[in-house]
Design a protein around this ligand. Structure first.
Ligand code: PMP
Length: 286
């Protein structure tokens, strides 16, 4: 597996960083995960825009232009074997003596790696997954895709502890998102999604799902969703670059709707797979 670190490509095992990297010391950095289908990065422009927003959010200058990022991403795809990959990229505030205030004149650390893309197995697509709920105790800038993911790790582990796939998060009585994905629900045939704000990560897949709903005249609304509405949903689903669109069929051990993936999920899942295929049909990058 080939990685990239600060200007060089190398086997992942050989990538080394000083322990004083602020990513390690403070979690002072941001990241992106870009799904790659048949060697085509999916929604690259949108991922690079979100990266810029995250960097702006932590006041770190973008070390690369979009054209440079695109070249690095193409190169990492080219140097790794799988046709479908998850390209991970991370930028931290670099290596400096430990001090909370920003160091002056320190180059950022730039790291990329690629993993084989693992999407949900057919069994999960057909039957859905279990999720639990928890109080969203993360900070108030969840729109920044920060590498400081301790709260997300703790919340995700709550699900792992009970063999569930995800932890759905509730803040002050309202649905925000889940520990590693966004959440949609369906009530009386209408697809509902919480609005993008500082309390959730603006998912690239979230946007795709809403675009598909609009293009295919699936009734939908973006608005605040209460915990009561969440618990009374006819359908519940998760979206992320790796989960794609995945139905939740039990929440806190109780069935969601009839306890099986519903018609709106099935339609969106089909549309999403079709949409991916249009990306794959574009000519492979040189
Ligand atoms: N919310 C959180 C907290 C996430 O970590 C992720 C992605 N891993 C998402 C939402 C989904 O974002 P995307 O669709 O861009 O993968």
């Amino acid at each position: 597996m080939t990685a990239y670190l600060n200007g060089s490509f190398m086997p992942l095992e050989e990538a080394r960083l000083p322990v004083l990297d602020r990513g390690f010391i403070f979690g002072d950095g941001v990241y992106e995960v870009i799904p790659v289908y048949s060697r085509h990065p999916f929604r690259l422009k949108e991922h690079l825009r979100r990266l810029q927003n995250s960097l702006d959010g932590i006041r770190l200058a973008n070390p690369h232009s979009d054209a440079e990022w695109s070249r690095l991403i193409e190169e990492i795809i080219h140097r790794n074997a799988p046709e479908d990959q998850g390209v991970y990229l991370q930028v931290t505030r670099g290596v400096a003596k430990r001090d909370h205030a920003f160091p002056a004149g320190v180059p950022p650390t730039v790291f990329l790696m690629s993993n084989p893309l693992v999407t949900p197995p057919a069994e999960q697509v057909a039957h859905g997954v279990a999720a639990i709920t928890a109080s969203d105790y993360r900070w108030l800038r969840c729109d920044i895709k920060s590498v400081a993911l301790l709260a997300n790790c703790l919340l995700r582990q709550l699900a792992a502890d009970v063999g569930a796939a995800e932890t759905v998060l509730i803040r002050d009585g309202f649905l925000t998102e889940a520990s590693v994905s966004n959440v949609f629900l369906v009530k009386d045939g209408v697809l509902l999604a919480p609005p993008k704000n500082h309390l959730m990560l603006p998912g690239i897949t979230y946007d795709v799902v809403l675009e598909l709903a609009a293009a295919h005249r699936i009734a939908h609304q973006v608005r605040e969703i209460t915990e009561l509405e969440l618990r009374a949903a006819d359908e519940l689903m998760l979206t992320s670059s790796t989960k794609e669109v995945l139905a939740v069929t039990t929440l806190d051990g109780r069935p969601v709707g009839r306890g099986e993936p519903g018609p709106v999920f099935r339609e969106l899942h089909r549309l999403y797979q079709e949409f991916k295929r249009t990306v794959m049909r574009q000519p492979a990058p040189a």
